[in-house]
Design a protein around this ligand. Sequence first.
Ligand SMILES: C[S@@+](CC[C@H](N)C(=O)[O-])C[C@H]1O[C@@H](n2cnc3c(N)ncnc32)[C@H](O)[C@@H]1O
Length: 307
Amino acid sequence: MTLRDALAYGADRLRHNPDLRAEAARDARLLLLHALQISRAALIADPDRALTPGQKAAYDALLQRRLANEPIQYITGEQEFYGLALHVTPAVLIPRPETEHLVEAVLAEMKQTKLNGPQPKRGALRILDVGTGSGAIAIALAHHLPHARITAVDLSTTAIEVAASNAARHGLSDRIQFVASDLLGAPAADELGFDAPGSPASGLGSLGWDAIVCNPPYVPTADRDSLHPQVRDHEPAAALFAGPDGLDIYRRLVPQALAALLPGGLLALEIGHGQREAIAAMLADWNELRFVEDLRQIPRIALARRP
Ligand SMILES: C[S@@+](CC[C@H](N)C(=O)[O-])C[C@H]1O[C@@H](n2cnc3c(N)ncnc32)[C@H](O)[C@@H]1O
């Protein structure tokens, strides 16, 4: 079988799963490249090259995983976010394009308020990324805000390991610090290392962040069955679900952020479909509350400044 034949054969196999029909040709190509560890350019340059039996077997094994709805990103171990290549495993949510709006909005706010720059009086801009997963948000912010120092927390220590490896991959380990924590709750500041704000004994929740950014789990538990099997059966439940109405994390995080942000500090949250009103109520006493819509005109990001 040649590479060209393998593409057609793979796409054909994937079309047996109705959920995969639309992207069958693209997925077959990605899986073939991954199985053979070759580039797209190599595929285009030599489409008549024959697969060895070992390569064919490796390709078949990947097709089988994809047919069982395993996300392509977990199979290849890669996802691009905000132009940066990230390693992903089943321990972390696959970063979504919607979340790029969150990064975009935070970068714009940081520029607008002239916070992005050396602050002679108190050092670098300090940002907390809550529920960092693959590290997507923390890494994109650190990459684009060269004077920021970021602390990224997650309840999952396995996620933290993935995020830390992604930070290292992009040469950002010296400006992003990873901490296992239940929201802003767990660690004491003396465990935090380089520049956690606040007094030594008060931990992440002490006053001092310029911005707190969070894409939390926000799917109502009752919506579990309506999720695509690719999401429901493969992505970590702790990254998806947040109580009966999906708002559990916001309810805990908003008061913690109020206590921990500097006056005028930014809270930036990704929110789920239909959650705008509930979030607006939680942030009613905050300043400059506004929502950013995604490409489908769904309010997706909430931004507010601490009073
Ligand atoms: C929706 S995912 C977002 C991951 C990543 N920030 C992104 O945007 O791709 C939510 C993350 O929050 C973490 N998480 C859930 N509950 C948490 C909690 N109570 N404290 C800290 N992290 C939590 C999950 O482990 C998961 O990695």
